[in-house]
Design a protein around this ligand. Structure first.
Ligand code: NDP
Length: 311
């Protein structure tokens, strides 16, 4: 199959759906490909309490259903397939689904998001959303007044530990080496915070608990000593991987693969290609910020298509 559209949106988290709402209302007739995880990272979240407009909170999957419904209400064509290849030579860009269908697009909005990295333990998988989380800002509140653990030693782990230290009596930071990778200032803050207990040279052997996290077993890789520490929340902060592999060679990205837009906009160095959401954000990574940049991308796309006289 081959077809031509004005506005192709790749990805279906808050960024993609918000871009779709704006693009559809502007008459761009967007076609949105959801990717392999329709709804994105919010589909593996439970309660979202920090998105304005939901005063009682909302389940992540329900929120994404409502975003999709809103996008469809204005005519977005939502398709449950993966875009696996692009050709951004232009002026009309091309994309292909993994089934080999070709789509030509005057404008492309990238909102492919990022995926949290996990340790890969069976117990981690089993207890995800039952105390295991990859986002302290999203889920930390549920563990206030309880002891928690954070795994990782980068800026994210340091920020998450600092955030949790204000809510929880004790935060156990599990660092696999004898030093942290986080920026010096963040390290200093962590080390100066009395209720953050750093376990150096330590790896998680198992997260314990049947229906919810109750403790973790960690091992010191230098001494071989094992400890079981009671915690209710277990936060994995060992980095994210932006889902941008298909854009390698076409668009500017940093060494981790995050797309780099023209500052202050959603534009890229290629005309008619716009970025939004976590695919271009390694700092904020919130549903609300992703939605905000999705809106920016749709407005930039609309202006671009208008200036070219396409719509
Ligand atoms: P990083 O890749 O910087 O750090 C990942 C950390 O996780 C490392 O310390 C790494 O250990 C550890 N790690 C990786 N795999 C494992 C594992 N299997 N078990 C235990 N530990 C593991 O990721 P971040 O998400 O922290 O940061 C990504 C980027 O975003 C960085 O450039 C960071 O500076 C930036 N950032 C900036 C912020 C800000 O400016 N406010 C906030 C958050 C992020 P090791 O060191 O041993 O490799």
């Amino acid at each position: 199959m081959s077809e031509k559209v004005h506005c192709l949106i790749i990805g279906s988290g808050p960024a993609g759906y918000t871009a779709a709402i704006y693009a559809a209302r502007a008459g761009l007739k967007p076609v949105l490909y959801t990717g392999m995880e329709p709804g994105g990272q919010l589909m593996i979240t439970t309660e979202v309490e920090n998105y304005p407009g939901y005063p009682k909170g909302i389940q992540g999957p329900q929120m994404m259903d409502e975003f999709r419904e809103q996008a469809e209400r204005f005519g977005t064509d939502v398709r449950y397939a993966l875009i696996s290849k692009v050709d951004l030579t232009g002026p009309v860009h091309k994309a292909w689904t993994d089934a080999g269908d070709e789509i030509e697009a005057d404008a492309i909005i990238i909102s492919t998001g990022a995926s949290a990295k996990w340790l890969g333990l069976d117990s981690e998988k089993r207890l995800t959303n039952k105390g295991v989380s990859a986002c302290a800002v999203c889920d930390g509140f549920f563990f206030r007044h309880m002891d928690v653990a954070v795994v990782g030693a980068g800026d994210t782990a340091a920020e998450e530990a600092m955030y949790l230290s204000k809510l929880c009596p004790n935060v156990h930071l599990i660092v696999r080496r004898d030093e942290m990778r986080a920026s010096k200032i963040m390290q200093e803050r962590v080390l100066k915070t009395s209720n953050i207990i750093v376990h150096w040279n330590s790896v998680t052997e198992e997260i314990l608990g049947d229906t919810e996290v109750e403790a973790m077993r960690i091992k010191n890789t230098v001494t071989g000593e094992e400890k079981v520490i009671p915690v209710k929340g277990f936060f994995v902060a060992i980095g994210h991987k932006p889902n941008t592999d298909i854009f390698k060679g076409w668009l500017d990205m940093d060494e981790a693969g995050y797309l780099i837009p023209v500052p202050g906009s959603s534009k890229t160095k290629i005309e008619g290609v716009f970025v939004s959401g976590d695919a271009a954000d390694k700092v904020y990574r919130q549903a609300i910020t992703a939605a905000g940049t999705g809106c920016m991308a749709a407005l930039d796309a609309e202006r671009y298509l208008g200036a070219k006289g396409i719509v």
